[in-house]
Write a protein that binds this ligand. Structure first.
Ligand code: HEC
Length: 112
């Protein structure tokens, strides 16, 4: 008997684990925009009121307040990345985030 045959279910378990991980990363089942932001990694560079690596969500909201296309244009910044709007540090693209999640996040950001 080979080691593989004595543990026939390990491969299946590994596949299952990979699938669960993919689901957890891909569709963050967050119940609030804040949880979604945390699950999507936004909070490693942003905070509500203070500049971290990126600008605070409050200053983003202040800058774009009153602009009708703010959600659309900021969604593009999050999806494709952004540089030069705030300083010399660029925001990397978030191409793997679902469009609906980006919209949820940006709509929440501009309400700060
Ligand atoms: C690696 C750090 C980093 C991560 C992760 C990050 N950001 Fe940013 N973000 C930045 C930086 C830096 C800027 C400023 C970019 C610039 O000057 O144009 C920025 C800018 C922004 C802006 C303003 C863009 C503009 O056009 O003015 C929004 C909105 C934003 N981030 C939202 C998010 C959201 C939502 C997430 C999570 C999906 C996220 N960020 C993740 C660093 C980050």
């Amino acid at each position: 008997m080979t080691p593989q045959n004595t543990h026939p279910s390990l491969g299946a378990l590994a596949k299952q684990a990979a699938l669960i991980t993919a689901l957890a990363v891909g569709t963050a089942h967050a119940s609030t925009p804040e949880e979604l932001a945390r699950a999507s990694g936004c909070m490693s560079c942003h905070s509500a009121a203070e500049k971290v690596v990126g600008p605070s969500f409050k200053s983003i909201a202040d800058k774009y307040r009153g602009q009708a296309d703010a959600v659309a244009s900021l969604s593009q910044s999050v999806r494709n990345g952004s540089r030069g709007n705030w300083g010399r540090i660029p925001m990397p693209p978030h191409a793997s985030l679902a469009e609906a999640d980006i919209k949820t996040l940006v709509t929440w950001v501009v309400k700060h």
